[in-house]
Design a protein. Structure first.
Length: 279
């Protein structure tokens, strides 16, 4: 999973401000991106989590094995404390922490990675696709009968049952040409889009936008503008797992099956709300 943290203040400054990991204003400031307006204003402050997002990478892949919640929580707390020490003028403001997951989704970091109740969410996804005729009655029934729980009928310690996985694979095959986040979205047929001379720059709803983004951030001028390592021998990709191809945005693969029926954030939300924290 690609993940980042943004601190959003109730009163936003009128000038751009970028924050490096050491809490300095100047360390990693992005002045302007090639082809973009120099008058863009930053409205959020980003504190990226160690490795696994943006242009971050690790020479030793063993680093990715330790990328779990405890490390992220410790790094987040350390960053916040040091940042407020560096900029005490912000201590009196209300602020909210949100997490940016893959596909540009923003979710409250304290709740989790946009999964409130894993078993229910998975079941409703396939129910939604079935009701709209994207998957067959047979595929739907097999998923409903064999994928009720992450612990049901495992064929191994970290994998669902063979029947469950086969049914899910069929569902993926049936929906490979659509976005499950927006089933009514257009399909991209021109996947060779380039960083320049693209209608994607004018149309944010263009289905080829993701290909434009990868082309844009692999442009040498853009890499230099965002202080990326330009000596790497592989291209940057939006998100990458250990099972995928190489890319600068390297991440660990979260295997949700390992959590079993405990994949629910509802008790934690209740505990946080009971303390008076606004969620």
């Amino acid at each position: 999973m690609c993940f980042a943290v943004a601190i959003v203040f109730s009163v936003l400054p009128r000038r751009p401000l970028a924050i490096g990991i050491d809490g300095s204003r100047e360390a990693d400031m992005i002045i302007v991106l090639p082809g973009q307006s120099p008058f863009m204003r930053l409205q959020q402050y980003y504190g990226y989590m160690a490795v696994g997002v943006a242009f971050s990478y690790a020479v030793n892949d063993e680093v990715h094995k330790n990328m779990w919640d405890n490390m992220t929580a410790a790094d987040s707390l350390s960053f916040l404390l040091r940042w407020f020490d560096r900029f005490p003028e912000y201590k009196g403001r209300d602020f909210f922490i949100v997490g940016e997951s893959n596909d540009i989704r923003y979710d409250l970091e304290l709740i989790g990675n946009n999964i409130l109740e894993y078993t229910t969410e998975q079941a409703e996804l396939y129910e939604y696709l079935w009701q709209r005729s994207f998957i067959s009655d047979l595929t739907h029934s097999r998923i409903a009968q064999n994928c009720k729980s992450p612990d049901q009928g495992r064929s191994g310690p970290d994998h669902p049952s063979t029947v469950c996985q086969a049914a899910k694979d069929m569902s993926y095959a049936n929906t490979s040409d659509i976005s499950t986040f927006n089933i009514y979205a257009l399909t991209c047929y021109d996947k060779k889009v380039r960083a320049t001379h693209s209608k994607c720059m004018r149309d944010l709803a263009d289905p080829c936008l993701e290909y434009f983004v990868e082309a844009y951030f692999n442009h040498l001028q853009v890499e230099k503008a965002v202080h990326a390592n330009t000596d790497l021998k592989y291209r940057w990709t939006r998100c990458r797992t250990r099972g995928g191809g190489p890319g600068r945005a390297r991440t660990s693969t979260y295997n949700l099956w390992r959590f079993g029926d405990s994949m629910t954030m509802l008790p934690y939300i209740k505990d946080l709300a009971d303390t008076g924290i606004r969620i």
